[in-house]
Design a protein around this ligand. Structure first.
Ligand code: ADP
Ligand code: MG
Length: 234
């Protein structure tokens, strides 16, 4: 599904150039559950932004579902992003004084979907993350874990085939973090969604099936987790 070859990203600010990714190669199959680790500044977010079609590589190849990204126009790229990819961020990115329901509906308002269909999809997604009884609460009336679940519901309304989560548990206590991880695991196992999740917590990475570690813009390890091996023995 995702095939990346010799991917390089260099940021240029005036005369200063920073190479955030260097000749990165990676293949990700449909339905994988991947943890991305690595120290701050190692290129994890840059990698996620490129996978998510929010940014383009400086050089190298990125093929998503048999289509090379480099050949696409900006409009085509946006179309791929909107139809295939859901994003979840560390800081939730919710409107604080707007109900959970409206927060989830918002991207569909921009997409000019009918209000009936919008409402239907938002309620379905909120129900799926276990917040069917919190739809009229504002984010400031919800716990951190619940806020992140609203953000996940918002990422799900277009039925993406890939979820990209950049430090989704970074602002959460252990219990809420686990609650959010359970949602990602269910999404992966029950719905077959490919989940790619950045974390710097080993306990969180342990819950994924494969851990890819970056350092200074290169992949320094790519390992299957025990969990994956245990599952396949079962
Ligand atoms: P991580 O998410 O692993 O912390 P990033 O991908 O955010 O790493 O950053 C990798 C490197 O690229 C860092 O040196 C960072 O300072 C640099 N960088 C990231 N985004 C930009 C940008 N928009 N402009 C210039 N440099 C950037
Ligand atoms: Mg980052």
């Amino acid at each position: 599904m995702i095939d990346i070859k010799k991917l390089t990203k260099t940021y240029k600010n005036g005369s200063i150039a920073v190479t955030a990714l260097k000749d990165v190669n990676l293949r990700i199959e449909k339905g994988e559950f991947i943890g991305i680790m690595g120290p701050s500044g190692s290129g994890k977010s840059t990698f996620m932004n490129i996978i998510g079609c929010l940014d383009r590589p400086t050089s190298g190849i990125y093929i998503l579902d048999d289509k090379p990204i480099a050949k696409m126009t900006d409009n085509e790229l946006a179309e791929v992003r909107n139809s295939k990819i859901g994003f979840v961020f560390q800081s939730f990115n919710l409107l604080p004084r707007t109900s959970a329901l409206k927060n989830v509906e918002l991207p569909m308002i921009y997409a000019k979907m009918s209000s009936k269909e919008r409402r239907r999809r938002a309620l379905e997604a909120l129900d799926w993350v276990g917040l069917g009884d919190r739809t009229h609460h504002n984010p400031n009336e919800l716990s951190g874990g619940q806020k992140q679940r609203v953000a996940i519901a918002r990422a799900l309304v277009n039925k993406p085939s890939i979820i990209l989560a950049d430090e989704p548990t970074g602002n959460l206590d252990t219990k809420s973090g686990n609650e959010v991880m359970e949602i990602f695991m269910r999404l992966n196992k029950e719905e077959g969604v490919t989940v790619i999740l950045v974390t710097h917590e080993a306990d969180i990475a342990q819950m994924t099936e494969r851990v890819v570690t970056f350092r200074d813009g290169v992949i320094v390890s790519d390992e299957l987790n025990n969990r994956g091996e245990l599952n396949s023995v079962d």
